[in-house]
Ligand binder design. Structure first.
Ligand SMILES: Nc1nc2c(c(=O)[nH]1)N[C@H]1C(S)=C(S)[C@@H](COP(=O)(O)OP(=O)(O)OC[C@H]3O[C@@H](n4cnc5c(=O)[nH]c(N)nc54)[C@H](O)[C@@H]3O)O[C@H]1N2
Ligand SMILES: Nc1nc2c(c(=O)[nH]1)N[C@H]1C(S)=C(S)[C@@H](COP(=O)(O)OP(=O)(O)OC[C@H]3O[C@@H](n4cnc5c(=O)[nH]c(N)nc54)[C@H](O)[C@@H]3O)O[C@H]1N2
Ligand code: SF4
Ligand SMILES: [Mo]
Length: 902
């Protein structure tokens, strides 16, 4: 047997954990944390630990290029040459007829740096357009803009070691316990060693992160600017600012000081809906701590005031000199694994390679010379940022779009607009690792991409650390690495548009692409002149800047107080607070907050293949404060319709005291591959921040009403290849008023649906798709008049699958009980006919799994806590929280909650 271990990184979040992949005969069979990687030292969270399971089956992967010969006909399998030639013909033709800005590229912070570099070169250097933007616009652009405005250059100044030496940690709009779990483990450990460390969390929801804080500022959504100004007011008033630092290293303080005079803690408290004393306390802790670190993410960035929120937070650091020292600094956590790499190569509509500017003619000249293209090829017109790009597609101004490694038909705000854009486009090329996403549905040409564990390159994590990504196995089918696809297309497009030019894509391997990229960084703030594949091979992951001649990269930036601005001084910015764009009204009385679940990743194309990753949040749900629910006569489990001015979607309600009144929360993950609608972005607003163009994905105004859908269906089936089943079922979901697919147990596919009237016709299509037919081991009951159908099948003495549909509550309860029995996998006792008897004593409640690694449920944890003790006893006796630790914050919260209630 040929068993090997390959050193690479996790493909999920920006922590950038190192992983070791075990492979056998060309298949990934296991992963473990890389003990030598400086991001995680061997640790992984639940998502990382399940990577091998996500790669277990090739079902659902995009395996062959496909193309449709006309609109509205199905795509057919074609060869790579045919697909790429056709794409190049169409792009070249559109560019000739309408100019380079009639085409666009929409890329992703999940691409490797080398692939990203090639797409940027292809768009700007070959097609001649700056219309290349990425999903980072939805994610990091406010942070980038603020860093540039304040420090003169992009990139977080702090590093992971600062987590261990921070005395005051300010989490602002970051649910780090869920979104950056392995870094959160490092913080938890550090807090154990430094017991008077203070944690402040700024979040409108009481998240697991907030529950662990010493102070939770549960602000009204969107009011962070007022909060930070209020804190600064207190710092100035109490003499807690660092006048020496301000004078030596900054400019613009006086104007800011004048402006924040109005922002008394009392005035800020009124805007934010928190107590003025708490604002003062936060300022005291921040100002007096020997080292204050802020960790911030989408709660700041995804706002029409995203840049202002970032700048107001940076103001606090500059005013107190809390930057450039161990344990301090404004640390923007990057979301995607290579958000940083994308910023380095300038793969956005508003920047050029290596932190250069489109508007700067010297910068354009440098890049054109490096690429060997005429200077005039590099357009001085900024390209369109994500939302504007899709608006231009919808208006027909952009005619062709190339979408790679992102799923805009799910992740953009206002999905109706995104879908209109993709339907209107003359040509949509989608390059994805998986065949069915909400976006591949619109592809005229679908190109199958190699994915995690199958390709070579690098990524840069949140602390500016570059790690190698390596292939452990060959890609399935005809899938090819993204960089290969970019180069093959780029060469073809160049041959059509600029015949006679030398080959711009002649690279022997990814290392050569990296060398070309790093040469562009020399002499700039992100200088990587001394960083190459050989060094990464010999010494492991490295931080930038790392100029030639230096032995290692710089852990912390701006240690000397010299910034990357023209005069070396950091800049304060005075921007007043503005409320979110979408107004709350009698018609739309709730603020919809959107965000992440612990165990799912974005559109779930990968995490949605692993049953264990559903156990923590088994179904989509809209969370609402219990009093808001009561006033509207809504109960847990009721289906509700959530509507904004733009669109609506249906999902079950969950009452949740972690929310404040007037706010509702929905996870962003559920898409048309799992749900009858596109999910929360049906309702979100495309309004953007005026400086960063990042959309306000977190603050739409919505209405919530009960959805009267009395006819219900439940189907569950055990199967060895769940991704294959998912692919067959997903296309049917959209035809119901409500339908949601999920995975459960170890090997079960679960479907729940609801309709305004009985829909046996639809159910029959579902049963056909899943091959749930009557047979010898199948019991059936059917009453077409009542729209009722029950089918239950056994495999030996165990349940194999079940279908329960109808309008009666008894039937629903019986279905739920049977589902539990199917998931438990216990032998069937008694007569089979009992399966159809009405539930004796109500429905069995499914136990929510808290610890994914050890599959420990809420019930067992509460039962153990009832006997006394805390987290240590849970760990010792139930084994939960001991493997990856991702559930540790929740266990701590349950234990302390129990103490309070007991
Ligand atoms: N499990 C998991 N982890 C992930 C990802 C994933 O999909 N799943 N995605 C990765 C990516 S790309 C990203 S960008 C990060 C995102 O990581 P985070 O930003 O930490 O995650 P979110 O849940 O989007 O939002 C964070 C918090 O912002 C709060 N919030 C909403 N509005 C406001 C506001 O006005 N002010 C403040 N202060 N807070 C507000 C929300 O209540 C939420 O708890 O996660 C990364 N990690
Ligand atoms: N309402 C709301 N909307 C949001 C957010 C929010 O908080 N609220 N968050 C926003 C943020 S921060 C982000 S980052 C975006 C994320 O949104 P998307 O970028 O749309 O999210 P993903 O589902 O990760 O999309 C990645 C796609 O790449 C595919 N893929 C995986 N590996 C590879 C590969 O190696 N090569 C190629 N070519 N394809 C691959 C996957 O199958 C998937 O279709 O969502 C944004 N949208
Ligand atoms: S924290 Fe989890 S998801 Fe993020 S890189 Fe590490 S293992 Fe992957
Ligand atoms: Mo993100």
């Amino acid at each position: 047997m040929d068993k090997t271990e390959t050193r690479t990184t996790c493909c999920y979040c920006g922590v950038g954990c190192g992983v070791l992949i075990s492979s056998e005969n060309g298949r990934i069979v296991g992963v473990r944390g890389d003990p030598d990687h400086p991001a995680n030292y061997g640790r992984l969270c639940g998502k990382g630990l399940s990577l091998a399971a996500s790669a277990a089956s090739d079902s659902g992967r995009a395996l062959h290029p496909e193309m449709r010969m006309a609109r509205d006909v199905p795509r057919l399998r074609v060869g790579w040459d045919q697909a790429l030639d056709a794409a190049a013909d169409r792009f070249a033709d559109i560019i000739r007829r309408h100019g380079p800005d009639a085409v666009a590229f929409y890329a992703s912070g999940q691409l490797l740096t080398e692939d990203y570099y090639l797409f940027n070169k292809l768009a700007k250097g070959v097609a001649g357009t700056n219309n290349i933007d990425t999903n980072s616009r939805l994610c990091m652009s406010s942070a980038v803009t603020a860093y540039k405005m304040a420090f003169g250059a992009d990139g977080p100044p702090a590093c992971y070691e600062d987590l261990e030496s921070a005395g005051c940690v300010l989490f602002a709009g970051s649910n780090m316990a869920y979104a950056h779990p392995v870094l959160f483990r490092r913080l938890e450990d550090a807090r154990r060693d430094w017991s008077d460390a203070r944690w402040i969390v700024v979040d409108p929801r009481r998240t697991d992160t907030a529950a662990m804080a010493d102070l939770h500022l549960q602000i009204q959504p969107g009011t962070d600017v007022a909060l930070f100004h209020g804190m600064l007011h207190h710092l100035i008033w109490e003499g807690l600012t660092d006048a020496g630092y301000i004078a030596a290293h900054t400019e613009g303080f006086d104007a800011l000081k004048r402006m924040v005079r109005d922002y008394t803690p009392k005035m800020a408290a009124e805007i934010c809906g928190v107590r003025a004393e708490d604002i003062a306390t936060a300022a005291e802790w921040f100002g007096r701590s020997p080292a204050s670190l802020s960790l911030y993410c989408m709660g700041l960035n995804q706002s029409s005031q995203g840049t202002a929120k970032n700048l107001a937070l940076i103001n606090l650091h500059l005013a107190t000199g809390q930057i450039g020292r161990p344990g301090s600094g404004p640390f923007s956590l990057t979301g995607q694994p290579n958000a940083m790499g994308g910023r380095e190569v300038g793969g956005m509509a508003t920047m050029l390679a290596a932190h250069r500017d489109i508007a700067n003619p010297d910068h354009r000249r440098e890049v054109a010379a490096h690429w060997g293209v005429p200077e005039a090829r590099l357009s001085s017109r900024p390209g369109l940022p994500a939302v504007a790009m899709f608006e231009a597609l919808a208006r027909g101004e952009i005619k062709a779009v190339w979408i790679v490694c992102t799923n805009p038909a799910h992740s953009l705000p206002d999905l109706a607009l995104a879908r209109q854009a993709l339907s209107r486009a003359e040509l949509v090329v989608v390059q994805d690792a998986f065949a069915a996403t909400d976006t591949t549905a619109f592809a005229d040409i679908l190109l199958p991409a190699a994915s995690w564990g199958e390709k070579e390159g690098t990524v840069t994590n949140s602390e500016r650390r570059v790690s190698r990504v390596r292939a452990a196995v060959p890609p399935p089918g005809e899938a090819r690495p993204d960089g290969w696809i970019a180069a093959e297309f780029g060469r073809r497009l160049a041959a059509r548009l600029h015949p006679g030019e030398a080959d711009h894509f002649a690279y022997a391997d990814a290392g050569q692409v990296f060398d070309e990229h790093r040469a562009l960084t020399v002499g700039r703030d992100l200088d990587m002149g001394g960083l190459d594949y050989r060094l990464l091979e010999e010494k492991g992951p490295q931080q930038w800047p790392l100029p030639a001649g230096q032995a290692e990269g710089q852990a912390r930036r701006y240690v000397d107080g010299v910034f990357a601005t023209d005069n070396g001084k950091a800049r304060f910015h005075a921007i007043d607070y503005q409320p979110p764009v979408d107004k709350i009204s009698a018609h739309y009385p709730f603020r919809l907050i959107t965000g992440r679940l612990r165990d799912q990743w974005h559109g779930m194309s990968r995490t949605g293949r692993v049953p264990g990753l559903f156990s923590h949040s088994p179904e989509p749900e809209l969370c609402m404060h219990p009093e808001d629910a009561e006033r509207r006569n809504l109960c847990d489990g009721d289906l509700v319709r959530v509507a904004s001015k733009r669109g609506q979607w249906v999902l079950p309600l969950k009452t949740d005291g972690d929310l404040m009144r007037g706010c509702v929360f929905a996870a962003m993950h559920w898409s048309r591959q799992f749900l009858s609608s596109g999910g929360c972005n049906e309702a979100t607003i495309p309004a953007v921040d005026g400086l960063s163009f990042q959309p306000e994905l977190k603050h739409a105004a919505v209405r919530v009403e009960k959805a009267e859908l009395p006819w219900r269906a439940l189907a569950a089936l055990r199967h060895p290849d769940l991704p294959a089943l998912q692919a067959r079922l997903a296309p049917l979901l959209g035809d119901m008023d409500y339908a949601a697919m999920a995975l459960a147990g170890r090997d079960t596919l679960l479907l729940r649906a609801a309709g305004a009237s009985p829909r046996l016709d639809w159910l029959m299509r579902v049963l056909d798709a899943l091959a749930l037919f009557p047979g010898p081991d199948v019991l059936e009951y059917r009453d077409d008049g009542r729209g009722a159908l029950k089918r239950v099948a056994w495999d030996g003495d165990r349940l194999a699958w079940l279908v329960f549909a109808g309008g009666a509550q008894d039937d629903r309860d019986a279905g739920e009980r049977l589902l539990q029995s199917l998931l438990d996998g216990e032998p069937w006792r008694g007569p089979r006919l009992a399966a159809f008897s009405p539930a004796a004593a109500g429905a069995a409640r499914r136990d929510r799994i808290v610890c994914q690694c050890k599959q420990v449920g809420e019930a067992a944890i509460l039962a153990r806590l009832a006997q006394g003790g805390g987290v240590a006893e849970l760990q010792a006796e139930l084994g939960c929280g001991m493997v990856c630790g991702t559930c540790a914050p929740e266990l701590a919260r349950m234990a302390s909650g129990y103490r309070q209630h007991a």
